[in-house]
Ligand binder design. Structure first.
Ligand SMILES: Cc1cc2nc3c(=O)[nH]c(=O)nc-3n(C[C@H](O)[C@H](O)[C@H](O)COP(=O)(O)OP(=O)(O)OC[C@H]3O[C@@H](n4cnc5c(N)ncnc54)[C@H](O)[C@@H]3O)c2cc1C
Length: 805
């Protein structure tokens, strides 16, 4: 059962029938396309900000090209190509990175000169261009026709589409959806998919499912006719002017992505809204229009025939919301398309149909997964303020480490003011304000963004050295902390963990949770606090997903409860060779190697307080994570900082944790490992307890992979030979001149003295150690290809001696 007859609902119906599903019903409250779809500009531009979006856009383009021949319904596709313009060196750099990444997914492009832009678009002003890129296969479509073609294809495959049928309620039983209520009565359904566009948040609420999105005004204008324009003029994407420009029936269309947007419909979308538009706010938009028109100066002399404003839904991080609800079985969502719904629609339909049919997405789509959303985001003021910024973000610079500026300060650790006073520059993750780096006294803790070394590079180097040589203090209270308790807790956790977590009380285990195909759904630690009591610690942004994963694996008859304890504990992470001496100086408990070994957890007294100390490290050094009851956090922090002076303690931020873990090749879930990567490919086979009683979810798939011989891809650590360039994410990796993979994460390694990267090396005949180490590698950066040394053991402290001292 699909709710919503826009491009997304129709595409999912189409793709489900392609999988052989016949019992597919789509309900549309008014008419197909009457929400947002009908008035889209229909650009099919394939180079997107992220790998997932680019792959979905590429699939969509390929699908729409063949849809008319298949269904007999015209789609209005015009293969006009597109040109992306960069007005600054930074944007040129970003685009050069992007086209290299997109080429790995078959997106064809070529850097062209301003003169070539001029010859392709004679009316364009090219005097201010720093670079331009031509995408010959990009296209545009008529969104209504594409949607009708998908609907026709779906009907031909057996789906039934009902218009003028409003869904007014969601029926559930025992935590699963069982049907919907409509103005025509109740309809039973095994699976319900919420594709209700800007209504998806309120449809989600009918089911108690959080879909944090908000509609905003979204504009394009149409000029009076201009003789020279014709349908084959490429789409001009002009981020410097926050605009795109294309031909429209002998006129010019200019679409706008202004940097400060105006949310719409906060009090609810009007009930009768159908093929609707919004009266344009000329005063607000005029400066943006004028700026955009400068790209085609003729527009300044030509009248505007229409300034169109329609609502589109946007999400807090400018990524769509799709997938399975965390808290209601068989309820799916696909909404919040941030003005990319047409160009992603085909790919979204493909992914969702497989997800519904097979219980798992056919590719890693974490960046758009509904489960990255948090319950607190269902807040009108938060959405209103963030969406004001989100609309324009796609056309702005996507510098590494760029932070949102709106809707900040949602969550603060109790130590916030202390670390702020110590110079913290905060970044946001899952609403938490977290110290990313510390400014020197007298300097403002503010980012200066760019593609080269940013203003905090030296601070990161100093913090990094402090941890390697002395001791660093990380404020990590944002980490998700779940209690899993009850008589059956150990069985529940053991069933989903690769490692054996049935360990002695006081042991901490590093493990993955796998899906049925052996992909990594979570990468975390489990500490046994008592026979029937476990602490699961996971990164802040994964909390909803991990909590849902555990809950959804608790059998109905099991005695096991999961409680989110994140707010109850602060977390202070003390790392570095001097950490033992520092902690020993403030505690009467024994931190000696014999008394407190690696992977052990126990309560310790620090000052007047008692906290849980877990000896672990994501930095590759001797160190302890301290889980401090919130009321104790300030005094414990004060005691450690006061004593720390004698040990050379330095405050350290998340960028430093990242540079430290890169040198140790510690994996980061969602970057280096995810639902498509198995522990065997990721070099994490050591966590797998192959013979533990009962096995675990995904173990059969892993066994099959193991008996299959060598993995076809393996995660490898690389060190750039040149100490200068920075590597970030998604850069192509070449082995002996052939593309073998993309960088999954990277950071400058201040101990190793160059950029360190992780990335998969693929080879159809299998990837042996000899294959990895026998190649000559290069990482492809905008300034050229740079030689990189591969390693299958951590380049820093390969034997882990520092960790275990
Ligand atoms: C000015 C403008 C230009 C754009 N240009 C582009 C572009 O060039 N390229 C691009 O990719 N995207 C573009 N977009 C964005 C694109 O239009 C949307 O992302 C896309 O149409 C979203 O599709 P949808 O199916 O999610 O939503 P919708 O088209 O809104 O469909 C949702 C449907 O659900 C129905 N519904 C809601 N509640 C219920 C209920 N309770 N019961 C039954 N039915 C219900 C609604 O009536 C509606 O028809 C543009 C948007 C705007 C506003």
């Amino acid at each position: 059962m699909i709710i919503g007859g826009g491009v997304i609902g129709c595409s999912i119906a189409y793709h489900l029938t392609k999988l052989g599903w016949r019992d597919v019903v789509l309900l549309e409250r008014k008419q197909l396309t009457s929400g947002t779809t009908w008035h889209a500009a229909g650009l099919l531009t394939t180079l997107r900000d992220t790998e997932t979006q680019t792959r979905l856009a590429k699939y969509t383009q390929d699908l729409y090209r063949r849809l008319e021949a298949e269904t007999g319904q015209a789609t209005g596709l015009i293969g006009c190509g597109s040109i992306q313009l960069a007005m600054t060196r930074d944007k040129a750099h970003e685009m050069r990175r992007g086209v290299r990444m997109a080429a790995a997914f078959g997106v064809e492009s070529r850097e062209i000169t301003p003169a070539e832009v001029q010859s392709l678009w004679p009316l364009a002003d090219v005097s201010d261009l720093a670079a331009a890129f031509h995408f010959p296969n990009d296209a545009r479509v008529n969104p209504t026709d594409v949607t009708q073609a998908l609907a026709k294809g779906a009907r031909a495959g057996g789906a039934r589409l009902y218009e003028h049928t409003n869904v007014t309620g969601i029926v559930t039983k025992d935590g699963a959806v069982t049907g919907v209520t409509t103005d025509a009565g109740v309809i039973r359904a095994e699976i319900v998919v919420n594709c209700a566009g800007m209504w998806a948040r309120q449809v989600g609420r009918l089911a108690g499912v959080n879909v944090p999105l908000q509609a905003a005004e979204h504009y394009y204008l149409i000029s009076e006719p201009i003789p020279e324009v014709h349908p084959l003029l490429p789409i001009l994407r002009d981020p410097g002017n926050a605009a795109y420009i294309r031909e429209e029936a002998g006129k010019i269309m200019v679409g706008l992505f202004e940097s400060v947007a105006k949310p719409w419909g906060q009090a609810g979308i009007p009930e009768d809204f159908s093929f609707g538009d919004i009266p344009p706010d000329w005063d607000r938009m005029y400066p943006h229009i004028e700026k955009a028109m400068r790209r085609v100066p003729r527009l300044l002399e030509t009248g505007i025939k229409l300034l169109f404003c329609g609502p589109e839904s946007f999400t807090p991080d400018h990524n769509y919301l799709m997938g399975q609800a965390p808290n209601l079985r068989n309820f799916f969502v696909a909404a919040g398309f941030n003005s990319l719904g047409i160009l992603s629609g085909g790919g979204v339909g493909f992914v969702m149909a497989h997800w519904i049919a097979e219980g798992k997405a056919p590719m890693d789509v974490w960046s758009v997964n509904l489960r990255r959303a948090h319950a607190w985001q269902d807040n009108d003021r938060y959405l209103n303020d963030r969406i004001t910024e989100a609309l324009g973000i796609g056309y702005q610079d996507h510098w590494p480490f760029r932070q949102w500026t709106s809707a900040r300060d949602v969550k603060k650790s109790v130590l916030h003011d202390r670390v702020a006073a110590a110079g913290a520059c905060f970044g946001e993750s899952a609403g938490w304000e977290r110290p990313n780096w510390y400014a020197n006294p007298g300097h403002a803790p503010e980012y200066t963004y760019g593609w080269g070394r940013q203003n905090w590079f030296a601070n990161n180097a100093a913090e990094h050295r402090a941890v390697r040589e002395r001791v660093g203090l990380f404020e990590q209270s944002s980490f998700g902390k779940l209690y899993v308790q009850g008589r059956d807790a150990v069985h529940v956790l053991n069933r989903i963990s690769t490692a054996d977590v049935d360990v002695a009380v006081g042991r901490c285990v590093y493990t993955q949770f796998l899906n049925t195909t052996g992909g990594i759904e979570a990468d975390l630690t489990v500490t046994r606090l008592a026979a029937d009591h476990f602490l699961v610690v996971t990164a802040a942004f994964t909390l909803t997903h991990v909590e849902a994963w555990i809950r959804n694996h608790i059998p109905a008859e099991a005695f096991c409860v999961v409680t989110d304890m994140t707010g109850a504990y602060a977390m202070l992470n003390v790392q570095g060779p001097a950490s033992r001496a520092l902690l020993q100086s403030v505690s009467e408990d024994d931190f000696s190697p014999a008394a407190f070994g690696y992977g052990r957890a126990r309560k310790v007294r620090i000052g007047y307080q008692t906290v849980l100390a877990v000896r672990l490290s994501y930095a590759g050094e001797l160190g302890w994570e301290l889980y401090v009851p919130t009321a104790f956090a300030l005094p414990v922090y004060d005691v450690i900082v006061a004593a720390g002076a004698a040990h050379g303690l330095s405050h350290c931020g998340y960028h430093t944790l990242n540079s430290l873990r890169m040198e140790k090749a510690y994996r980061d879930w969602s970057h280096d490992v995810g639902p498509d990567d198995s522990p065997l490919e990721a070099g994490l086979g050591f966590t797998v307890a192959w013979d533990k009683p009962g096995g675990c979810v995904g173990l059969d798939a892993l066994r099959a992979q193991r008996s299959d011989g060598l993995p076809r891809r393996r995660l490898v650590q690389f060190l750039l030979e040149d100490p200068e360039p920075l590597v970030h994410h998604n850069e192509p990796i070449y082995r002996d001149g052939a593309l073998v993979g993309l960088v999954t994460s990277a950071m400058y390694g201040h101990t190793l003295g160059a950029s360190v990267a992780l990335g998969y090396v693929s080879h159809s005949d299998g990837v042996s150690d000899d294959y990895v180490l026998g190649g000559r590698y290069e990482v492809d950066l905008p300034d050229g290809r740079f030689a990189a040394r591969p390693s299958l053991v951590p380049l820093y402290d390969p034997l882990g001696l520092k960790l275990r001292q």
